[in-house]
Structure formats: structure tokens, C-alpha cells
Design a protein around this ligand. Structure first.
Ligand code: SAM
Length: 232
């Protein structure tokens, strides 16, 4: 179960109404039952139900069952598309161990607004579901131009582009270190963006096979390729 509260030996963790409903109403747990907790910062902890109520309750934290497992230093930058597909991208990025998820506004981005809180909740749920102890931060929508203007010197960028003639088939020989993957919107990248990206010394243009993939498929394919070449 994901909680916001700090976790540690002897910590008493208060439950929200929704958490109490889930544990005591849906899961039918009661006083003395064990629950595994994580908050994205302190690893996984085993706790016992101390008080169970309809509107709340408390858990008593006992011992750590898993240390915090930090993901590799990989960011996923993607242009938000339709709601369900955007949710899918965030969910899969959290499952695959992205450290940070950054929705970007590009020249052809389909949606101008995102619900950051909703997307963050999807990332928490995905981490919970796959037994992770880390939750990637989902940032607010950021302008690609601005990000590129201040791009960190030491962060490599895997620029996924189906239309780039110089694109390589993968990441062979790519240097380890901090990386980011960039996936475009349904309409792809503009020529201005392409020139800016190919001029960025940290960027490497990568093709994900000969066919044009949908952005959500491309995000998963790119993360898999990165994992294979540079992940641990
Ligand atoms: N520009 C295209 C068009 O309108 O025909 C489609 C863009 S594609 C649906 C969305 C994004 O997925 C692209 O911007 C790119 O980042 C990524 N992508 C899709 N297929 C790819 C491929 N074969 N190689 C590299 N990236 C790909």
C-alpha cells in the first residue's frame, strides 16, 4: 500500500478514509493483520493494523522488508496524446523503472493541458502493482524548446524519430550515464524541432524499426531498447 507518511521502526501511520475503506472494507483486514507499505522514499516496510475504523485507522510499522530500489537515471519525455494513451505511457514508464516522467509540449502536441495529479496517481498505482519501492515524479507539462535550451550537459538524449535519415538502428556503443528518451506526438516533430534536436551534442537519433509506431508503442519500445543496451 502506498502512503505519504514517513516509514520507520515504531512509526504509527494514519490512514485516509479511502485507504481504510480499501484495507478494511475491500480487503477485509482487521486488527493485527499485516500490510506491506511504501512511500517512494523509505523502501518497503511491514506494518500491522493497530486500529481499524470505517473512516480511518492506524498501522504500526515494524520492520523493513525491502530497501529503496532506485531506478536507473532515465527520464521519459513524451508529448501527451489522448487521455487513455497518455495514462498508458505513464503506467508503463513507471513499471519499466523510469526515474522521472516529463510530459512535453512540442510544436504538434495534441493536448495543451494535462492532469498532473491524475498522472502521478497512475505512476503510484503502477509502482504499487509491480512491487516497486520507488515512484517516479510526473512533472507538469513543460515546453520542449525550454527544456532543450537548458539541457543538462551530462545527460544523453535518445531522440526517437522515424523520419530522420541519419537514425541508427539502436544504441550500440552508447555511453552509460544519465539518459532521457524523447517520444513525439501523433503528428511527429516539426522540421524546426528536428534541426534543434539533431544539433544538440547530447542527442542521438534512434529509429525503432522500419514502421511508424504509435506514440504509446514507441515509448515502450524505446524504454525496452534502452534497458537492453544501458540498463542494469
Ligand atoms: N510523424 C509521424 C506521422 O505523422 O506520420 C508519426 C509520429 S509517431 C505516431 C509518434 C512518435 O513515436 C514519433 O514522433 C517518434 O518519437 C516515435 N516513433 C514512432 N515510430 C518510430 C520509429 N520507427 N522510430 C523512431 N521513433 C518512432
Amino acid at each position: 500500500l502506498y502512503v505519504e507518511h514517513p516509514l520507520g521502526a515504531g512509526q504509527s501511520v494514519p490512514l485516509t478514509r479511502e485507504q481504510a475503506h480499501y484495507l478494511f472494507g475491500v480487503m477485509r483486514l482487521g486488527a493485527g493483520d499485516a500490510v506491506a507499505l511504501f512511500n517512494g522514499r523509505d523502501g518497503e516496510w511491514l506494518a500491522e493494523v493497530a486500529e481499524a475504523g470505517k473512516r480511518g485507522g492506524t498501522l504500526a510499522c515494524a520492520e523493513q522488508s525491502k530497501p529503496l530500489q532506485m531506478p536507473p537515471d532515465l527520464w521519459l519525455l513524451f508529448a501527451p496524446i489522448k487521455k487513455a494513451r497518455t495514462d498508458f505511457i505513464v503506467e508503463k514508464a513507471a513499471e519499466m523503472g523510469a526515474a522521472k516522467i516529463i510530459p512535453v509540449q512540442t510544436d504538434f502536441t495534441n493536448s495543451e493541458r494535462i492532469r498532473q495529479d491524475r498522472l502521478q496517481a497512475h505512476a503510484i498505482e503502477a509502482a504499487e502493482q509491480c512491487g516497486g519501492t520507488y515512484v517516479p515524479e510526473v512533472t507538469d507539462l513543460q515546453k520542449l524548446d525550454r527544456l532543450l535550451a537548458n539541457w543538462p550537459e551530462d545527460r544523453h538524449l535518445m531522440f526517437c524519430d522515424e523520419a530522420e535519415a541519419g537514425a541508427t538502428g539502436g544504441l550500440t556503443g552508447a555511453a552509460p550515464g544519465p539518459w532521457a528518451i524523447l517520444i513525439g506526438p501523433e503528428g511527429g516533430f516539426s522540421e524546426a524541432e528536428r534541426s534543434r534536436l539533431t544539433a544538440l551534442p547530447q542527442a542521438r537519433v534512434v529509429a525503432l524499426g522500419p514502421r511508424i509506431l504509435r506514440a504509446d508503442t514507441a515509448a515502450v519500445a524505446a524504454m525496452t531498447l534502452w534497458q537492453q543496451a544501458l540498463g542494469d
